[in-house]
Design a binder for this molecule. Structure first.
Ligand code: UDP
Length: 454
């Protein structure tokens, strides 16, 4: 990424969705736009608010989201997103109106870039005649599948009973029923309504996608054919911004890097099986723990505080487990994931397959062990294991299966072959980034929006 230029192209307002996997790519996008000469203002909820110290060149504007602590802690994500869209809209309108009024004395507002889930921001921007762009933070394959899912649900054309079936879903090759990106919500109607809004007719002028043409060319082509606005697959955004810029909501424990420094080359499996939202039961944690211990491979395990149901942190790990693994295991609350994946001691990544984690693993050439939980993770895991063939999928959280899968990935030829393939993918992505998809977007923002705004 180039240094920030002296030019000032005007102001871009970013509206992230307040979850880690959405905040990261949005702030990475802001970092790249800032390096091109745009000023960046981030409008965010108080809940999961980003740390301004990590982005000293941005202006951060908190707005009230109207959710109670109870809603945030125990509510369904789908419900919270719908509520936030209602509750933030008027506050955002007041903020933007003021910004427009002050424009004569300040910078020209170039556009509003909002997360696909924060559609209230797009509606306000369009009302105020400001250009608006959507940022999509999941894979193109997930979006494509979600559109189909909405259609299936509304037409009841596919039965979802036995959604763990390995049968292929009509129209969605290579996805099986078990790979469909259902949310945790059991309320299909509400989920379908939200997805209908997110993937239905939108009024933005363009879509920025945190994916790469070289990963998802065919799907992107299909989506572009159905879209009336240009799509910019400029990702993976994390590969364009410097390594040391973090937007973590949880403090990163850096002691694990010194632990990794002491481990042999490619000997460690990095385990972050819950990402930033998913949770595990006590029984599942016990299976993971004994699977890792029995594999006899070194592991770095992120156990996010609160991610094991019924405990604050690792209180429910099985008795005797930590003694039995000794120095072979390192457990932290939260890691600097990109730095971990880039470490030479890491030989594999056991991931829940959130899209950011998937891109980060591919971006560092690290093969994966996939155990998705819900939503887009299921689609990503299918692509990692079946389409790109750079990972293994765990069918069950069962200690014997875990032990075998870890050994296959770290020790066996199969793991080496996946490592070779993922390194090739990494190279292709780097080449695609070099071809300058981002420059095209910046150009579009400088020229097109100037024309649109007169
Ligand atoms: N992450 C991190 N440290 C950790 C675990 C995760 O920084 O210990 C980051 C990870 O690098 C990724 C994000 O959290 O950028 C999780 O996003 P993802 O889309 O993979 O999963 P989700 O947020 O949907 O669970």
């Amino acid at each position: 990424m180039g240094k920030q230029t002296e030019k000032c192209f005007g102001l871009v307002v970013l509206v992230p969705c307040p979850y880690q996997g959405h905040i990261n790519p949005m702030l990475q996008l802001g970092t790249v736009l800032h390096s091109f000469g745009f000023s960046i203002t981030v409008v965010h909820t108080i809940f999961n608010s980003p740390d301004p110290k990590n982005h000293p060149h941005f202006i951060f504007v908190p707005i009230s989201h109207g959710l109670s602590d109870q809603d945030i802690a125990y509510g369904q994500i789908v419900d919270n997103i719908v509520e936030m869209n209602y509750n933030c809209k008027e506050n955002f309108r007041h903020f933007l109106e003021k910004l427009v009024m002050n424009e004569a004395h300040g910078e020209k507002i170039r556009c509003i870039i909002s997360d696909e889930l924060m559609f209230y921001a797009e509606a306000v921007a369009v009302d105020l005649n400001l250009p608006s762009i959507i940022l999509r933070t999941t894979s193109a394959a997930t979006s494509y599948a979600r559109c189909a899912l909405v259609r299936f649900i509304t037409q009841s054309s596919v039965l979802f009973e036995g959604s763990d079936s390995h049968d292929l879903v009509p129209e969605l090759h290579p996805l099986r029923f078990k790979d469909l990106p259902f949310s945790l919500s059991k309320d299909f109607g509400k989920f379908a309504e939200l997805m209908g809004t997110v993937y239905g007719k939108r009024s933005s002028s363009a879509i920025i996608w945190n994916t790469s043409k070289c990963l998802e060319e065919l799907t992107l082509e299909k989506i572009q054919q159905q879209s009336h606005v240009p799509i910019f697959p400029i990702g993976p955004l994390h590969m364009i911004v410097p390594f040391n810029i973090s937007s973590s909501l949880i403090t990163e424990d850096r002691t694990c890097i010194s632990w990794l420094d002491k481990q042999p080359h490619r000997s460690v499996i990095y385990v972050s099986s819950s990402g930033s939202i998913a949770a595990l039961t006590e029984k599942e944690v016990a299976e993971i723990a004994w699977g890792l211990a029995n594999s006899n491979q070194s592991f770095l395990w992120v156990v996010r505080p609160g991610s094991v149901c019924g405990s604050d942190w690792i209180e429910l790990l099985p008795k005797g487990f930590q003694d039995s693994v000794g120095d072979k295991g390192c457990i932290v609350r939260w890691a600097s994931q990109r730095e971990v994946l880039a470490h030479p001691a890491v030989g594999g990544f056991w991931s829940h397959c959130g899209w950011n984690s998937t891109l980060e693993s591919i971006g560092e050439g690290v093969p994966m062990l996939c155990k998705p939980s819900f939503g887009d993770q299921r689609v990503n895991a299918r692509y990692v294991s079946y389409v790109w063939r750079v990972g293994l999928e765990l069918e069950e959280l069962e200690r014997g299966e875990i032990e075998r899968a870890v050994r296959r990935l770290i020790l066996e030829n199969e793991g080496n072959e996946m490592r070779e393939r993922v390194k090739e993918m990494k190279k292709e992505i780097e080449d695609t980034i070099q071809q300058g998809a981002f420059n095209l977007l910046a150009l579009e923002m400088e020229t097109n929006f100037q024309i649109m705004m007169g």
